[in-house]
Design a protein around this ligand. Structure first.
Ligand code: PLP
Length: 375
């Protein structure tokens, strides 16, 4: 098996598994219980909060645990318009559905939503955001890196602009954590979303970073966990795993980038040799883990299925839409010619991938494309 779908879900890091295990097996207690077991579970949540804060250059009290990236994005988007009297949110056409559909719901409820287009390389420009900001703008939400094309967005510039204009800035960093440095002491980011299962943690946990003083309001009401922002018994096992996973993936970002970008570039060079192929997304401003190609006259879904039969696991555009198959909204927003839209293939790497796997996968992809073209 060659697993090249790490942006959909990555392998659980052994240290994350080790951190989670005690809270699945011998210590099943509720972290709110006053007895010894409960206090131990609570300590694990406290430690994980400190680990997450340290990895992001944040304070522990700025970390709110959630069930994952989708919930964190929703919490940020709905908070921005539920506090204050501003009605407008600015986002981009290339966001994950967790942001796009939350904004659609806000629009249905009467808010004003502006969606900024990217350029042909999949990058959104700060000038376009600046032109859209007005006195009624509550928040700007721009992802740190795109999940389909790996295009890294200029969030340092955009967040600075938002700070100057007095507008909140949220970034969905689900795909960026561990690939680009995200230090909240250096960036003017007000809110940032993270998902555990993309970075070596377990599904069912994530976090929203909210800078001290940022108004956030709960979507889930109950026992008042997470300082009233996210009620519900804490998933101690998955939260402990998230703390360990984020620590590991952020331990040496430059080294991780060096290793993965070498494999990424090797794969790009090989796939470019396939006739009528194109790399989607920026070549330079690109996550070290992402390769996204289109092949003319190819059905991407059929290609993914034929790769699957040989044991190569990949996706067309993204794998996060509950099995839905559709043309990529990201590639469409980039203005890519129709002939490239149906035959896209996303290959996303992790530290587990080897050079040998990359060479084998590229050969198999070339074979499958040629076979499909022959009919
Ligand atoms: N945001 C981005 C950029 C993603 O890639 C994903 C999932 O692929 C999400 C949000 C949703 O995260 P989760 O699966 O934890 O809900």
């Amino acid at each position: 098996m060659i697993y090249l779908d790490n942006a959909a879900s990555a392998p659980v890091h052994p240290k994350a598994l080790a951190a989670a295990m005690p809270f699945i097996t011998e210590n099943f207690a509720n972290p709110s219980s006053a007895h010894t077991l409960g206090r131990e579970a609570r300590l694990a949540v406290i430690e994980a909060r400190e680990q997450c804060a340290a990895a992001l250059g944040a304070q522990p009290e700025e970390i709110y645990f959630t069930s994952g990236g989708t919930e964190s994005d929703n919490l940020a988007v709905f908070s921005a318009l539920s506090v204050g009297d501003k009605h407008k949110i600015i986002t981009t056409e290339i966001e994950h559905p967790a942001v796009l559909n939350a904004c659609k719901e806000l629009q249905r409820r009467g808010s004003d939503v502006v969606r900024i287009s990217p350029d042909g390389e999949g990058i959104v420009h700060a000038e376009d955001i600046a032109a859209a900001i007005d006195d009624d703008t509550a928040m700007v939400s721009v992802m740190a890196a795109n999940n389909e094309t790996g295009a890294i967005q200029p969030i340092a510039d955009i967040s600075e602009l938002c700070r100057q204009k007095g507008v909140l800035f949220h970034t969905d960093a689900v795909q960026a954590v561990g690939s680009i440095p995200l230090d909240m002491r250096l960036l003017e980011v007000d809110m940032l979303s993270v998902s555990a299962h993309k970075i070596g943690g377990i599904k069912g946990a994530g976090l929203l970073y909210a800078r001290k003083g940022t108004p956030i309001s709960p979507m889930i009401f109950g026992g008042g966990q997470e300082r009233g922002i996210r009620s519900g018994t804490e998933n101690a096992a998955a939260i402990a795993a998230l703390g360990a996973a984020i620590t590991e993936i952020c331990r040496d970002i430059p080294e991780r980038r060096r290793r993965l970008s070498r494999l990424r570039d090797m794969l790009i060079v090989k796939l470019e040799k396939i006739p009528h192929s194109r790399l989607n997304g920026s070549r330079t401003e690109r996550l070290c883990s992402n390769v996204n190609f289109s092949f003319a006259d190819i059905d991407g879904e059929a290609l993914v299925m034929s790769l699957d039969l040989i044991g190569v696991f990949a996706s067309t555009a993204s794998a996060c839409s509950a099995g839905k198959q559709h043309r990529s909204h990201v590639l469409s927003a980039m203005g890519i010619d129709k002939k490239w839209l149906d035959g896209s293939l996303r290959l996303t790497l992790s530290e587990h991938n080897t050079e040998e796997e990359i060479v084998t996968a590229a050969d198999i992809i070339a074979e499958c494309v040629a076979r499909q073209r022959k009919g």
